[in-house]
Design a protein around this ligand. Structure first.
Ligand code: FE2
Length: 363
């Protein structure tokens, strides 16, 4: 037997796939935010590469170029806040199964763009999950084709130049959402149990404690993005970032130029991740929330086993700018300090020792 002192994570329970999940989610459909200024939200998100699909007095819907009605919903509210996200499921029958989970709403007809049916759930950390089905697809929109590269081995571009448009890079689709939670194991287990998420890779502390779990959809033999949902250990439930796929690396680079020229705040990039392999660039919206452009991510079928890795700032990228210290720094306020103290007493996954280890690693 392997000595657990050498590989302590073998002795620590890690988030794992569930043998018989309630349903298997098909896709991440949309994110839900509250913002005090819809115009300011639209200004950032359109500079980022989304387009406004519908604007009502108190709700803003934005979309990507893929065949969905919307992927980003903003409700007008005094306080800026991330509410939750939507997951598509196969059928009404599956929605009925989800409606039996404690705290779930009954199956309801949706009045939002795309229509269909919806069940509203609350995960153990308080995030809302809107399970949806039978949404009408939106009309797919044109986007520029990927640039063809003259490589040493092959040069397809003769007497022609590279001149991608100097404009916000078109967002092709909503890719993933990353949340931080205090109740780590319970929240990870809820998503694997009820939506069939498969942990692709888990990052652990030297003592084996899981700190970040990257989860993909279980689409069987159909490859799914390395992560559609990622859950990180924090001291309270909060939004970490969301990510949007663009057509190629030049779109990531052009995004950086355009967002910089328009005065938005940069977070981290450009670089290439290790877990998931994406070429990435992170930008902050007007409320300091991170939004990521990416391309060239890994895709795994259900056959790929879960990987376990040591967590560190160096383990976040294989090249590019080192992860800045402020990237994982929590926003400190009186309310957050109160949440920290409360969760330290309450959550089985939180201890001062763990927080100090995390702060040493990333601080
Ligand atoms: Fe990401």
């Amino acid at each position: 037997m392997t000595d657990p002192n050498v590989l302590p994570w073998l002795a620590t329970p890690q988030p794992a796939r569930h043998p018989q999940p309630t349903v298997k989610a098909l896709d991440l459909t949309h994110l839900i935010f509250q913002r005090p200024d819809l115009n300011e939200a639209a200004r950032f998100l359109t500079d980022f590469g989304l387009t406004v699909a519908r604007q009502e007095a108190d709700t803003l819907y934005l979309r990507a170029t893929d065949a969905t009605s919307y992927c980003y919903r903003v409700h007008l509210a005094e306080q800026a806040r991330f509410i939750g996200f939507g997951l598509a499921v196969h059928s009404l029958r599956e929605l009925e199964k989800l409606a039996r989970i404690p705290g779930a709403s009954p199956v309801e007809k949706s009045e939002r763009p795309g229509g269909g049916y919806c069940v509203r759930l609350t995960d153990p950390s308080g995030f809302i999950v809107e399970a949806v089905c039978e949404q009408a697809p939106g009309k797919r929109r044109e986007h520029r084709a990927p640039l063809s590269w003259n490589l040493a081995q092959e040069q397809p571009r003769i007497n022609a130049t590279q001149r991608p448009p100097i404009a916000p890079p078109e967002v092709l689709k909503l890719g993933h959402i990353v949340i931080e939670v205090a109740d780590y194991q319970a929240t990870c287990a809820w998503y694997t149990k009820h939506f069939g998420f498969i942990p692709s890779d888990v990052q652990v502390l030297p003592d084996g404690t899981p700190i970040v779990t990257f989860m993909r959809l279980d689409l069987g033999d159909v490859p799914a993005a390395h992560h559609t949902l990622a859950i990180a250990q924090g001291f309270m439930a909060t939004y970490s970032h969301s990510a949007y796929e663009v057509v190629d690396a030049d779109a990531v680079g052009m995004g950086q130029r355009v967002l910089r020229e328009r005065g938005w705040k940069h977070s981290w990039g450009i670089g290439r991740h290790i877990l998931g392999s994406q070429i990435f660039d992170y930008w902050q919206d007007p409320w300091g929330d991170k939004h990521e452009h990416y391309c060239d991510g890994d895709i795994f079928t259900a056959a790929q086993p879960t990987g376990i890795h040591l967590v560190s700032p160096e383990a976040m990228a294989q090249w590019g700018q080192r992860m800045p210290k402020r990237f994982t720094k929590p926003k400190m306020s009186l309310a957050n300090l109160y949440a920290l103290l409360l969760n330290l007493r309450r959550s089985p996954d939180l201890s001062i020792r763990k927080l100090v280890t995390l702060m040493r690693l990333f601080g």
